[in-house]
Design a protein around this ligand. Sequence first.
Ligand code: PMV
Length: 319
Amino acid sequence: MSSLSESTPASAPGKVILLGEHAVVYGQPAIAFPVSTLRTRVTIRDAAQLRVTSAIWDRTYQIADAAMHADPVYSVLSLTAEALGVPIPIRHYNIESDIPAASGLGSGAALSAALGRAVAAAAGLNLDPAVLNSVVFEVERLYHGTPSGIDNTVVVYEKPVYFVRGHPIQLLHVQAEYTFVVADTGIRAPTRESVADVRALMVTQPAATTRAVSAIGDLVARTRDALAVGDVTAVGRCMNLNHTLLQQLTVSSPELDRLMQVATDAGALGAKLSGGGRGGNMIALVNPETTSTIEMALRAAGAVHTFVTVLRAGMETAT
Ligand code: PMV
């Protein structure tokens, strides 16, 4: 059996959530889009044992070791193989990723999606995206506890989505082009914890928390309308309001608040945390000509990394 050459790895992109994180766990809509320039890639080599390596670990797996079922990486291998109706192809799967972990950019979902595709490629079979999506969702449960499903959907389909938990995928249609600067606080914050804390807030302060969650849902719906007509100013305003509501849900942090303020002072049209919060990344909507000024201001204010990404008309139909 020939292995895939190093030049054709299986891959999957990162993602950013534009609006609606956390509220999406409670049935509100959220908007997210892929970042195709940041990717996780898996290359396959022939091997005598099932082995998965990355820049930071090297694991050899014994097939049918029940203890392995709690391991997200092994779970991708076994769930994908099961869905394809084959034994796990014994190979050396090597993972390389541009996506920082635990920073709200979908690194876990991208790893699972790329590895699932690698298993299918090693087996010489096609993998239906809907099947891969449900495999990645199952594995997201091991990372996150109660994921909404937004990360796996955006990463697997690599399209902008208007996502409602438990509903069929709705592609997001946008008018015009939106340029974003994404800035990393450098703080790694597990989404599982911020999601659990919002859940606790639902119990201790149900009225205020429910109000904040449904106000976020309203902003997401308004943003969808604004994106559909190219109203950049309204999108920015909704992002700022969404950030304030995320502060109320306790998932921001002084570092995120500071970067948001710096971006706004430097001319961003709107800014907010993106993803689980407490650290990770923030996202600012900018005029394209102000991109480098805003990136410089964010780095001067402590962002460890910044990049520019674009949401544009036609992304939902591109393959
Ligand atoms: O994986 P992250 O950090 O981008 O966050 C996912 C978004 C949440 O709404 C916080 C959780 C979820 O499952 O939707």
